[in-house]
Write a protein that binds this ligand. Structure first.
Ligand code: PLP
Length: 226
């Protein structure tokens, strides 16, 4: 649930001596319809939402109205670029071809696309993202594209039930972001967002933790004061 996620964000920020205002929660709504999103997130006062598929996003955005800040968190395909001017941030940009398509569409419509470059830090073959060695070239490509604005970097850690396994991935992304992209990062999901915050995440993308808590009992052990 939102209140629970907020509390976990606050605690992670306290551990890392960070201001919770520096961490933006993107509530990932994939697989949940407009009514579920309204009940779990919007009615509780949070209006920054993420969707991973453009096709799912369009009817949902229409149903939820204009008072929402939408982020595209998933991988973007070149042929979907023309639908993406309604997003406040594109988290999954990872190729020169895509940057060129965004630049062309932005140029035609007088629109600047704010983007994060997705980096495949862990080198997983099944994951999207540029490998770290190719990042500098992609950053240069964005800097040459007046209708695409680089806001930072994004990654997905390999799935692992132990969130500590994600820490080196998040730390590496943060270092790459400081070197190439102004230091800001989108990293951390339901299973590992606290570690991501400790490693400096600017945006966290949380889905299931926001929706599961509404119907399922909180499985975490009760904390005891010592
Ligand atoms: C689904 C998704 C998330 C949220 O994942 P949860 O584990 O449900 O929090 C974050 N980022 C991307 C790219 C996603 O596709």
């Amino acid at each position: 649930m939102l209140a629970d996620v907020r509390e976990r964000i606050d605690r992670a920020c306290a551990r890392a001596a960070r201001d919770p205002g520096e961490v933006r929660l993107v509530a990932v709504t994939k697989g949940h319809d407009a009514e579920a999103v309204r009940a779990a997130v919007l009615d509780r006062g949070h209006r920054v939402l993420g969707e991973s598929r453009v096709q799912e996003w369009r009817p949902k955005a229409e149903a939820l109205g204009p008072d929402v800040e939408w982020h595209l968190v998933g991988h973007l395909q070149t042929n979907k670029v023309r639908y993406c001017r309604g997003f406040a941030l594109l988290h999954g940009v990872d190729s020169a071809r895509l940057i060129d398509a965004l630049e062309a569409d932005g140029g035609r419509h007088g629109h600047v696309f704010p983007v994060l470059l997705q980096v495949n830090v862990a080198g997983e073959s099944a994951k999207h993202g540029v490998d770290p060695a190719g990042l500098a070239d992609l950053v240069a490509r964005v800097r040459d594209a007046p209708h695409v604005r680089l806001e930072g970097l994004m990654t997905m850690a390999p799935y692992d039930p132990d969130p500590e396994r994600a820490r080196p991935v998040f730390r590496a992304l943060r270092e790459l972001a400081e070197r190439h992209a102004g230091g800001r990062t989108s990293m951390g999901m339901s299973g590992d967002f606290e570690v991501a915050i400790e490693e400096g995440a600017t945006w966290i993308r949380v889905g299931s933790a926001l929706f599961a808590g509404a119907t399922v009992e909180d499985p975490r052990p009760v904390e005891v004061d010592r």
